[in-house]
Design a protein. Structure first.
Length: 264
């Protein structure tokens, strides 16, 4: 199992229940092989135990989080663990034991106990109402739809990002002398930014540059079958992803017309 998608929520607490509804919707969607969707509202310590059991390569959390943004604002947050004092971890675990759960608390406890995978992302919706209710407010319902799209985008990116990690280790820090090596390094650098910030930026145009350099024969000497296999797998994976990403961008354009091309 490669990716765990987890809905974080407070049951029937208005918009704070959004993560439960998101998990239900996502469990019915085709997110691809190696993706597991679960409700993660049973306490942060228990979630840590679940993460230790599954050991996913990526974790995508989805839910409501109050941060003072405009209601229904949807935000992607790439979580980067920081060193925490043992006392801070103990406080977080103490809060988690009583069953209270939030995205921040879950991340603090899991990071403090060393259970978070390398890639951990939270897709958050700013709640409009926290009054006890079994339904979401209208703004939160709109935010939910966008959050579901972002979760899908995040899950689709994981295989490419893992492959880029392999290639980064293979080519090292040097761009090399050939045009293809320089194009590959530029693409890998762009994918690092994609990993941090989301979106696709110039990924697809840089993929085309790499393809052109290979077609022109500007490739390094001594390429092994493994090297070629990884290079072409990266290109083909980006080819596969471009069509659905452009379709989603077009559907999301304000006037319903064609959106700017992906990677522009």
């Amino acid at each position: 199992m490669t990716v765990l998608v987890g809905g974080v929520f407070q049951l029937y607490q208005g918009d704070l229940d959004l993560g439960r509804i998101a998990a239900q919707r996502l469990s019915e969607a085709d997110l691809g092989p190696g993706v597991l969707v679960e409700e993660l509202a049973y306490g942060a310590v228990a979630v840590v135990q679940r993460l230790e059991e599954l050991r996913p390569k990526a974790l995508v959390l989805v839910g409501a989080a109050e941060r003072g943004r405009a209601p229904a604002t949807v935000e992607r947050r790439r979580y980067e663990p920081t060193e925490r004092a043992a006392q801070e971890v103990q406080v977080a675990v103490g809060e988690a034991v009583v069953g209270y759960v939030s995205i921040d608390l879950l991340l603090e406890v899991a990071a403090g106990l060393g259970a978070l995978p390398k890639r951990t992302v939270a897709i958050e919706v700013e709640p409009a109402s926290q009054e006890p209710s079994e339904t979401l407010s209208e703004p939160a319902q709109e935010g939910l739809e966008r959050a579901l799209e972002l979760v899908g985008e995040e899950v689709r990116r994981v295989p490419v990002l893992e492959l880029s990690d392999q290639l980064r280790e293979l080519v090292g820090a040097q761009a090399g002398e050939s045009g293809a090596e320089r194009a590959l390094c530029a693409l890998l650098s762009e994918l690092e930014a994609v990993d941090r910030e989301g979106g696709w930026k110039k990924t697809f145009s840089l993929r085309e540059r790499l393809r052109e350099e290979i077609a022109a024969g500007h490739t390094p000497e001594g390429m092994t079958a493994l090297d070629w296999g990884l290079w072409w797998t990266l290109i083909e994976e980006l080819d596969r992803l471009q069509a659905p990403e452009e379709r989603i961008a077009t559907e999301a354009s304000p006037d319903g017309g064609p959106a700017p091309a992906a990677g522009s």
